[in-house]
Design a binder for this molecule. Sequence first.
Ligand code: GDP
Length: 302
Amino acid sequence: EKYKMGLHKTREGALSTLKDILSKSNQIDEDLFDELEEIFIMADIGVDTVIDFIDKLKNEVKTKGITNPVDLQEMIMDEMFEIYLNGEIVNANLNLKKEGLSVVLFVGVNGVGKTTSIAKIAYQYKKMGKKVLLAAGDTFRAGAVAQLDVWANRVGVDIVVKPDGSDPSAVMYDAVKKAKAEGYDLLLCDTAGRLQNKVNLMNELAKMKRVIQKEIPDAPHETLLVIDATTGQNGMSQAKAFKEATDVSGVILTKLDGTSKGGIVLAIRHELGIPIKYIGLGEGVEDLEIFDIEQYLYGLFA
Ligand code: GDP
């Protein structure tokens, strides 16, 4: 239900006009391709990706001898699907251990929905019967620790905190010790989103990882970057910067229920090679879904 609602809202974005444009066009010509190009760029797909994309469409129209604009719809969907997969099997499930403790790091700048996303994932795994621990590693932003603490209480999971300004690695040290000793299944670690100083960010994340890896050598099992879908190209540059700072294994794309134009899904995957793992569809703890590219693409034309 929620997912459908989210997709419905997503449809109000720029890509939602695709179906209308195709159905009211009389022929496939340069004007139509220009119009499509504009829509794709407006939808945050990214200029480079769009140029590639339009070239492929033109080629296919020629080789298949397609003349009816409505027939472009399936071709566009197939092409978007190919762009997203990029020849791989993209698994949106988290790559966690079947047994024993799994560790997930969350990175992203302030305000994107990182805290809320951690709470949502904690809630989902708790519901599956997993023992979940949070580590309040954003000791930099005033109030971030307290905010995560509120969520931990609301969701009913445990949390390790230290005062604002503490060394985040010290939080990780305590959290990983506790998680191991008390048989937790999942440790979700918040981090500070200080992109302004990439060297500091890199060092801080590296130090946190070292501390965690001393106890659990193959951790973190996922590093999830949280991006606000409504910020468009800004989100893309954040993604590039975080990718340079650390190994990002997946993206949580938040606020897809808002004014997002949807195309950022393709841009993130195509330009950065990172899969979308979850989408955020609201402010509530249940408003998070595992990302499904097929459903997503169908949603755009529904
Ligand atoms: P953080 O600074 O990255 O930790 O961001 P927060 O988790 O505090 O979220 C910032 C704001 O975005 C809050 O008002 C959240 O309720 C809101 N938010 C988070 N995720 C979503 C989402 O998927 N949809 C909508 N509409 N709002 C969201």
